[in-house]
Ligand binder design. Structure first.
Ligand SMILES: Nc1ncnc2c1ncn2[C@@H]1O[C@H](COP(=O)(O)OP(=O)(O)O)[C@@H](O)[C@H]1O
Ligand SMILES: [Mg+2]
Length: 255
């Protein structure tokens, strides 16, 4: 991958992000989140429901522009965002949804992508005919087909049953393994984060701040059960520590 003229990594420095409430008051959504994700690595942002994960992902994507801080995306700036809702074009087939995002894709590439995601037999189906799990796979195929420098996934496993989620984790893992794409996934599922990521960013309850950056040892997705338990314990410890620290922000002003 050539990335001429800029950093290949993702660099996030968010001091604060707030929204305007219904009666004009400002409500903090994020505070003190700073991290770097090196090119080709997979990061997982792990945090409880409502803490600000989607907001953080939207800031990383450049969709949400009003915040205090800065975000530097990989040099070419091409990115793909897989929203929690698959957002497919309902009047287009599965295949056409993917082709529209990647007009130059070859038949072989398309076939390989559909095979990797178990979508081969659904190419001619319309989004309305698909389960949520399949629709998410199509959204994922569409995102990857465009060969982005940065892939952003918002809760790719939400509302899927255990077996479907587990299979999708493996498929995402294989996909990013075969095509090294710098990837950031948001989830509230510790197990999924451990199985998919090289590094986990643990967020506090909202307004979210970064509690810990946990490097997962060894090759991605090949942890021993003992190592998985160890990483999960470190996530729990970061959360427990964060709960104790309360409102003190490690990256906040004066820290
Ligand atoms: N556009 C918006 N306007 C006002 N408040 C918002 C907006 N988007 C998100 N929020 C608020 O910010 C907080 C974090 O939301 P979100 O980022 O969606 O959390 P998560 O993805 O972790 O569940 C929530 O309290 C939510 O209500
Ligand atoms: Mg969300």
């Amino acid at each position: 991958m050539s990335r001429v003229g800029g950093p290949a990594r993702l660099d996030v420095r968010i001091e604060a992000k707030s929204f305007l409430g219904a009666s004009g008051e400002t409500r903090a959504a994020l505070r003190g989140i700073a991290f770097t994700l090196e090119a080709g690595r997979v990061g997982a942002i792990l945090g409880p429901s409502g803490c600000g994960k989607t907001t953080l992902l939207r800031i990383i994507a450049g969709i949400e522009k009003r915040f205090d801080g800065s975000v530097t995306r990989p040099a070419s700036g091409s990115l793909a965002f897989v929203f929690q809702e698959p957002r497919l074009l309902p009047w287009r087939t599965v295949e056409d949804n993917v082709r529209l995002a990647a007009p130059a894709i070859s038949e072989d590439e398309l076939a390989a992508l559909f095979a990797a995601l178990g979508l081969g037999e659904h190419r001619r189906h319309f989004p309305g005919e698909l389960s949520l799990g399949l629709a998410r796979r199509v959204a994922l195929a569409r995102a990857v087909a465009a060969k982005p420098d940065l892939l952003l996934l918002d809760e790719p496993l939400a509302s899927l049953d255990g077996a479907t989620a587990s299979r999708l984790i493996q498929e995402i893992a294989d996909l990013v393994e075969a095509r090294p794409i710098t990837t950031m996934m948001v989830t509230h599922d510790t197990d999924a984060a451990i199985r998919l990521a090289d590094v986990i960013f643990v967020l506090s309850e909202g307004p979210a701040r970064l509690l810990a950056r946990i490097e997962i040892p060894g090759a991605r997705g090949r942890l021993t059960p003992e190592a998985m338990v160890d990483v999960a314990a470190r996530v729990d410890a970061a959360r427990a520590g964060g709960a104790k620290v309360g409102v003190v922000s490690p990256a906040g002003p004066g820290a």
